[in-house]
Design a protein around this ligand. Sequence first.
Ligand code: TRP
Length: 440
Amino acid sequence: MEKMIEATRRLVNELCSIDTPEDTRKHEIKHEINQLLDEMLSLEKQESESSEEAQVVTPFVVSVKNGGEIDYEKVKKQFGCKGIDESLIDRVERLTCRKAHVFLRRGFFYAHRDLDKILDRYEGGKKFYLYTGRGPSSESLHLGHLIPFLFTKYLQDAFKVPLVIQITDDEKCIFKNLKPEDTKKLGRENVKDIIACGFDVTKTFIFSNFDYVGGKFYENMVKAGTCVTRNKIDGTFGFTGEDPVAKYSFPAVQAVPSFSSSFPHLFEEDIPCLIPCAIDQDPYFRMTRDVAPRLGYSKPALIESKFLPALRASGKNGKMSASDANSAIYINDSAKDIKRKINSAVTGGQDTLEDQKKYGANLKEDIPFQYLSFFLEDDAELEHIRKEYGEGRMTTGEVKNRAAQVVTEVVEKHRKARAAVTEEMVNAFMAVRPLPSMFE
Ligand code: TRP
């Protein structure tokens, strides 16, 4: 904050020393001051709001003090996103002529920016595209990693639109100290998992930053980077002067796939994109939406999810952690592993059978039930379980069994699809090529 105040003071001094009325630097300074003031205001708001509970959600840290759960409403408010309500979901269903994905109709994707505007465009026969990404930091993906891709696949099918997927093999070198050789290899392995989610090769372009950055994409990075000050990046991402400069250049890399001109082999005109992602990625796109109009580009729209809760207390408050192998379900887990892990999950059931019959389960705290609500497609069965388990006529054991079955099905379906993905398919998805029927 102090640094920002100092920077503002410097700018004001500079402004006062300009005496030619038409100096363009004046307008730049005005914009920079306004940016700084906005960022200071939002910092102050965040500080005052988070002081009671100290909840932090950034692309790099997700934590809640005192072992509490993430207050997603608060995150949404802090970030300035809108909620997704019934009427918006109805509208998606009407426009796409299909039932909304479970992740949408059960409130897992719960926040948005300008989704209504994307729907207006779609309704008016105008184009948009989808953009999402993955930072390859490990070979063994867990269920939480698949969620944005399963959802993106639904969006692609429902709206029949092109999709670009960014593999940030550079990001994981910068932020996780991995070697480029390793992240590139991991990236290719992760691409196989992504392809296994069922994307249409005639509508999907997957790219590695190390391979693709250049040309128009790089031009856009430079243009975007020119509009953002170091103070702004520090305020948005929490970097300090101690951080390596590569970190400062990365936000522009994640920002510019939001601009259609970064893909001259795909798009000829400026069209907006819709970004499905977890809410922790919002800071990147807040920044992107801020610079877009200055570059004459459309602002990206967003549809944002919560995190899949960890099975056990260690990560209950955050994302499924990759470090505690028992707190998450991995794509390579066997049916037996899954059963064991779900059996040891945190539940909201009562300690004794009598109490369970008397009081019923606390569903909000029950991880197996929550997993059912994310992965069991059948609304009627879920309702049945909600009622029976919540009112004590169903036992925790039964719910765990059903959850293990449903999750095993999802994982096995994925594993089968993954085994059928070849190196040639990876090359096909990653080739820089036009996609002639991408809107059909
Ligand atoms: N930073 C993301 C990660 O660590 C990867 C990513 C790049 C991404 N571009 C994106 C995620 C767009 C969502 C949307 O996984």
